[in-house]
Ligand binder design. Structure first.
Ligand code: FAD
Length: 361
């Protein structure tokens, strides 16, 4: 509908009015952009590829190299993660291979990553804001005594080469840009799906720099006794779905969410909701979309009875096509939806489902 400007672009980013411009001489030793490649149970988390795409842009702007950092047990999965780093744009990879890195534990991963940073000195280090990435980034930044900007929505390089890391603040009502001016490396975490997935290429393998972990099992306090898979794992692939149908408070009652689920099932889509719906207990928390829920980037997003508050908007504005159904023509969602339908979602959703069912049958 409207071409209203997105709040993601922070006009203050890059200006740093009144801040110190001269960067200390010893910062020159810190070069290149690194992305931590998260591998869990043999699988690279897609956020790592999204960060390689973003890291590529930063590295090109700075005229430096982009590196993937892989820590894992010796074996095929770890080597495959290195190869995938190259396929998604890394020029080189840092590799720490050790049996102690078989399952994620904070101590060996923190040691491996801090040792790499202290030895090879990157200027920027990016990690996914996943459960693992958040745990690791916090302890690595603390050990290195450097700054960490969590849950960034935008990254840029300033005129003097500093990382401008933008993230929502004050409950999402404002965006702030944070600089790490006095310490290196500059660290940031970014949630899955906030950055676009880059194209996978058949780029030949680049340089691999191996580094020892230098730990024995007796040094590590945490022991893995058994692995209990997340009960909810695999139930929802909302973040990576191509089509998402979501409902908000406008649906009025828990039973009306069946309309959302039925449309989603007809389209082969995932379903989601706004935060108050979760707070009401109408939908489980893993279905929440927005700043404190999932960020999505589907090809099609259908939002029914959702007002489009900023905290919801930041989680959906990466969608290619946003279709909003709302009874209030002044609802904020119409400021950023591509197609707007001013109508009662409770009556419209069954008609839409029927129309799709007829077309798709
Ligand atoms: P409402 O704001 O109540 O809007 C309901 C909409 O439905 C209205 O626009 C109304 O016109 C429309 N409507 C009513 N009846 C019908 C009908 N029959 N058919 C069609 N339309 C109808 N929110 C999130 O979604 N995700 C988050 O991650 C999130 N994080 C937050 C974090 C913080 C720190 C804070 C402070 C808030 C957060 N919120 C989040 C809450 C957010 O501010 C809004 O309150 C919330 O998104 C509103 O949900 P809603 O649009 O479903 O409900």
């Amino acid at each position: 509908m409207s071409d209203a400007p997105k709040p993601a672009a922070n006009p203050a980013a890059g200006s740093r009015a009144g801040m110190k411009k001269e960067l200390p001489e010893h910062f020159k030793a810190y070069k290149h952009v690194w992305v931590f490649i998260e591998v869990e149970r043999g699988q690279v988390h897609p956020v790592s590829f999204e960060l390689l795409g973003e890291g590529r842009k930063l590295a090109d702007k700075l005229g430096v190299e982009l590196a993937g950092v892989v820590l894992g047990p010796p074996g095929e999965a770890t080597r495959a993660a290195v190869a995938e780093s190259f396929a998604y744009g890394a020029d080189l990879a840092y590799l720490v291979e050790d049996p102690l890195l078989a399952d994620y534990r904070n101590e060996p991963f923190s040691k491996g990553l801090t040792d790499l940073v202290n030895t090879y000195k990157p200027e920027i280090l990016l990690l996914g804001a996943t459960t693992l990435g958040r745990d690791l980034a916090g302890s690595v930044a603390t050990t290195l005594l450097t700054g960490l900007t969590a849950d960034c929505t935008e990254l840029a390089v300033d005129a003097d080469g500093s990382l401008a890391a933008t993230r929502p603040t004050f409950g999402g009502s404002l965006l702030c840009t944070i600089y790490t001016l006095n310490f290196r490396p500059q660290m940031a975490t970014i949630r899955p799906r906030v950055m676009a997935m880059p194209e996978r290429t058949d780029k030949p393998v680049g340089r691999v720099i191996t580094h020892p972990l230098g730990l024995v099992e007796a040094d590590i306090v945490t022991k893995i006794l058994s692995f209990l898979p997340d009960r909810d794992a695999g139930k929802s692939s909302l973040a990576y779905a191509d089509v998402v149908v979501a409902g908000g408070m406008g649906l009025g009652a828990a039973e009306n969410f069946q309309l959302v689920k039925t449309l989603a099932a007809t389209l082969g889509a995932e379903f989601g909701c706004s935060r108050p719906v979760v707070q009401k207990g109408w939908m489980p928390a893993e279905r929440q979309i927005g700043q404190t829920g999932k960020t999505i980037r589907p090809k099609l997003y259908i939002a029914a009875g959702i007002s489009g508050a900023i905290q919801h908007r930041v989680g959906v504005e990466g969608a290619d096509l946003i279709v909003a159904i709302n009874t209030d023509r002044n609802a904020p969602i119409f400021d950023f939806a591509h197609v707007g339908l001013v109508t009662d979602a409770i009556r419209f959703l069954p008609a839409l489902t029927e129309a799709f069912a007829r077309r798709l049958s």
